[in-house]
Structure formats: C-alpha cells, structure tokens
Design a protein around this ligand. Structure first.
Ligand code: NI
Length: 170
C-alpha cells in the first residue's frame, strides 16, 4: 500500500479526460487499494478519482458513510461509471483534495441513477440522492476533466477560502 500524490489545481492534468478501464486485473485491484488509502488520508475524504493521482482512467471511490444524516451505500468502487438518470436540482457546498484551499456552492442533480463496474468487473446499478449523489457527480466530473470550480453558480459569491469557512462553520 502507498499514499499517492494528489495533483492540485491549477495543474493542467486535471483538465484531461480519462479513458475507460478495459482490464480488471491484479494491477487494477492494487491501484484501488492505494487510491482508497489516499482518499482516507485526506481531510474530508469522501471521494477521490483516479486522475487526481495522475492515472487517467475512469475510476472513482466514494464513501459518505462517515457523514451524519445522509443516505449512504457505504464504500463504492466506481469503475466506468455512467449516470443514466437525473432528477431535481440542489445547491450544496463542496470541497476537493485537488483544490485544498477553497470550498464552493455547486448545483447538482438531487437524485441520480448510475451504472458502473466494481473492482472485479461486475456491473451494478445504483440509485442515490443527496450528499452521496453529489459526491458521485463530483467524482465523475473529475473523469471528464471538470472541477467544482467550473460549476460555481457565481465565482464571486460562491467560492470560500477554507479558513473563513472553518470559522463560520465551527
Ligand atoms: Ni474533487
């Protein structure tokens, strides 16, 4: 196991679109272990996407089970995830390991249905809502070279330096 180095904004590599995984092998499983460890080592630590550590494949991990009052499917390994249905819109605060100094208000679908493969290559479907749905949408954005900064309702009013946010939020 190893902690992987997180690429930080404004590094242009974060803008690169990632390609689908085609081989579910031992190398993939070893990478997933390292990716999850890296996610859990970070502040917040509810999600991570492979391109954030310089691997440009469509792989993400989400786990919001540590959050209170939010629906969770536990630890989700998402390989080649595709959102197939969206419903509703909600504004919520997001942070990102690649943008450590800021949080921002972003509009996302309130409920989503997605298809993906797990680390063994088994396909599955999932319906979720609220913060878990938000986290998944955030990570899938990384796979398309998008950051939450690209989705701020207003760059002037909806971007918050971390320190200020911490003081306000307690
Ligand atoms: Ni992120």
């Amino acid at each position: 196991m190893a902690l992987l180095e997180i690429i930080r904004y404004p590094d242009e590599r974060l803008r690169q679109a990632s390609v689908p995984v085609e081989q579910f092998d031992e190398a993939l499983r070893a990478f997933l272990v390292d990716l999850e460890e890296t996610m859990r080592a970070g502040p917040g630590g509810v999600g991570i996407a492979a391109p954030q550590v310089g691997r440009f494949q469509r792989i993400a991990i989400v786990d919001v089970s540590g959050r209170k009052k939010c629906r969770s499917h536990g630890r989700l390994i998402l390989v080649n995830p595709e959102i197939v249905e969206w419903e509703g819109l909600a504004v919520g605060r997001e942070g990102c390991m690649s943008v450590p100094d800021y949080t921002g208000n972003v509009v996302r679908a309130e409920r989503i249905r997605l298809t993906a493969f797990d680390g063994e290559g088994e396909p599955f479907e999932l319906e979720t809502e609220g913060f878990e749905a938000r986290a998944i949408q955030h990570e899938i954005d990384h796979l398309d070279g998008l950051l939450f900064l690209d989705r701020l309702v207003s760059r002037r009013n909806d971007l918050f330096p971390r320190k200020v946010y911490r003081k306000k939020g307690g």
